[in-house]
Design a protein around this ligand. Structure first.
Ligand code: F6R
Length: 604
């Protein structure tokens, strides 16, 4: 997602900032900007799209001698990807770049607006620079104003701020989003939101802790803890390679992306949850007018997310909903009527089969919606409306965080529509919204769980196959668990509705058949349990996932007790992802680039 860089020194600042931003490109972004302060003059450049656009805008700018600068790549969350919404954000005499979310920005914005401050962007970040300048006009020094500003910010942030009266200083703070300060020799200071931006530049770094803040010049870094006590700067050498820096210490991108789900889900939900309604600012108000049916179309993992949506949309919004695999739908001469909303789901927005179904639906005059992770992708450009999932770039070929964000968007869509169609009480929508709010913590990986899965994986390397089974939304989750396993371990795995096993597949049951049973407490527990018992009676090896004890299992992964089955869904999703990954690692496979697979399938 967003990236931050900063520099104080005498080298060419523009090149250092843009080069640092380029190292953060892999995180995904849709606009970028830098500001340089030199000889009491600010030079600001912003551009939508790739860094090349920013380079073009700043092509005539050159710095000589001492200067300071900050830069940012932005992945739009609060407001569209426009130049006005791009960072750095501007006050009268100060500039700020920020990663994270200022949760109380609306409240702060209201009170600043009341005092006559004019906002030019739709972002939460802009309040920081105006709040700082508000304090600057009341207190003695920029540093005091900076401290007073931080005291009022709620939420997650990593931020850099520069102001005219301190033209040798960058103010910095970290709370919940990563920030690193680095130095080279005695007279250069660097900032980056990840190691990757600092490699080859800084020689040693400080990884800031939550709540730490301070200010830096070329020669000194002054650091404080959250209780305003001065801290000794403790540097560690920066010796990682570029690739390992991008993986942020994880063994594989897939692992990083599984761990990242907590933060990306927070981004997905941001600005969309109200007390008892879901708000999608991007949806045209008449999108659902005249619509009596929803048809979903997708491939692979996105198809599994779409399957989950069929349960949620019919259950919550009481609207007839069906789902199809895009490659089948294209050629089966489907009946399409204009009272159907056609929804495609795609991480990349480029998958050929899905894109073709979208074109078909458009040609037949249907209203279309895409749920996608990539702004400006072919599907986003083509569909009448789009909802971005905000997962950031997904590098692992096996999709993880994209699936998590797709399901959460689809769940929100079902509640949004339930509100419009008045098919759920506001109190029930409000209750589910409170469950949605817990998702970032539900998907946080606990060390003990990961360790259990790592140990368990050694027992599941051989055998003649896996069945992942579940009911209701846990059936598509079972399909997704099986797909993850086969993609990266090359072991044979199938997903099945647990009630369907006795209609044939149970013939395969024996100790060499591994059954991964999804037993949520709050969705058809007893029914699923009976199905698993049938398999256990035939000596299948059972690994169960449940918050409740299950004595027929050979291995049991105890999940947390949640108030709602959808929270159970998300916790089990993470476990299945880690389970597949640990098996694949033990088998020595390339987890990020499994054989025969491509990340974006742009052929039929
Ligand atoms: C599996 C996976 C694929 C994709 C499928 C559709 O881990 O990633 O199954 O889900 O190829 O891709 P998108 O979502 O980009 O349309």
């Amino acid at each position: 997602m967003c990236g931050i860089v900063g520099y104080i020194g005498t080298k060419p600042v523009k090149e250092i900032l843009i080069d640092g931003l380029r190292e953060l490109e892999y995180r995904g972004y849709d606009s970028a900007g830098i500001v340089v302060l030199q000889n009491h003059q600010f030079s600001l450049f912003k551009a939508v799209g790739k860094l090349i656009n920013l380079e073009e805008k700043a092509s005539l700018f050159e710095s000589t001698g001492f200067s300071i600068g900050i830069g940012h790549t932005r992945w739009a969350t609060h407001g569209k990807p426009t130049e006005l919404n791009a960072h750095p954000h501007v006050g009268a005499v100060s500039y700020v770049v920020h990663n994270g979310i200022i949760e109380n920005y609306q409240e702060l914005k209201n009170s600043l607006t009341h005092e006559g401050v004019q906002f030019v962007s739709q972002t939460d970040t802009e309040v920081i620079v105006h709040l700082f300048e508000h304090h600057l006009s009341n207190v003695g020094t920029p540093f005091e104003a900076f401290k007073a500003t931080l005291a009022q910010l709620e939420g997650a942030y990593a931020l850099l701020l520069v102001t005219a009266s301190e033209d040798k200083t960058i103010f910095f703070a970290k709370n919940g989003s990563p920030m690193i300060v680095g130095r080279r020799g005695e007279d250069e200071t660097f900032f980056g939101s990840s190691d990757a931006a600092l490699i080859g530049k800084a020689q040693e770094v400080i990884y800031l802790e939550d709540g730490q803040y301070g200010y830096a010049t070329a020669e000194t870094i002054t650091l404080f803890d959250p209780h305003h006590h001065a801290l000794q700067s403790r540097f560690t050498p920066l010796s990682v390679t570029k690739l390992s820096a991008q993986k942020e210490g994880y063994r594989f991108f897939m692992e990083k992306e599984i761990y990242e789900q907590s933060t990306v889900l927070a981004d997905t939900l941001m600005g969309r949850l109200r007390e008892d309604e879901i708000y999608f600012e991007e949806l045209p108000s008449d999108l659902f007018e005249g619509i009596c049916e929803i048809k979903l179309c997708a491939c692979g993992t996105s198809y599994h997310a779409a399957m989950v949506a069929t349960y949620l949309l019919e259950r919550h919004a009481k609207i007839r909903t069906s789902v199809e695999i895009a490659s089948e739908f294209r050629y089966r001469e489907p009946l399409l009527t204009p009272d159907t909303l056609f929804v495609v789901i795609s991480q990349s927005g480029e998958t050929a089969d899905t894109l073709e179904t979208l074109k078909m639906a458009k040609k037949r005059g249907l209203k279309t919606l895409v749920i996608c992770n990539v702004d400006n992708s072919s599907m986003v450009r083509l569909a009448d409306a789009s909802i971005l999932t905000r997962a950031g770039i997904e590098k692992g070929v096996a999709s993880t965080k994209a699936f998590a964000t797709q399901v959460s968007v689809l769940w929100m869509l079902s509640l949004h529509l339930a509100g419009l169609r008045q098919t759920l009480e506001a109190s029930e929508i409000g209750r589910q919204i409170s469950v949605l709010r817990t998702l970032p913590s539900v998907v946080k990986v606990e060390n003990s769980t990961h360790e259990q899965l790592r140990r368990l994986s050694k027992r599941y390397l051989h055998g003649h196959g896996f069945f992942f089974i579940g009911r209701d939304v846990f059936f598509p989750l079972a399909l997704e668990g099986a797909l993850k396993l086969k993609e990266i371990s090359y072991l044979h795995a199938e997903g099945y509705p647990s009630g369907e096993m006795k209609h044939g597949p149970i013939a395969l049951a024996d100790p060499e058949l591994f059954t991964i049973a999804l037993l949520p407490e709050h969705k058809l527990y007893d029914k699923t349990k009976s199905n698993v018992e049938e398999l256990s009676a035939r000596d299948s090896t059972i690994c169960s996932l449940s918050p409740l004890d299950f004595d027929k299992a050979d291995d049991h992964i105890r999940t947390h007790s949640h108030s709602d089955y959808m929270a159970e869904f998300f916790e089990m999703m993470v476990i299945l992802q880690l389970f597949s990954m640990e098996i694949a690692i033990r088998l020595g496979n390339d987890v990020d680039m499994p054989r025969n697979l491509a990340k974006s399938v742009t052929v039929e």
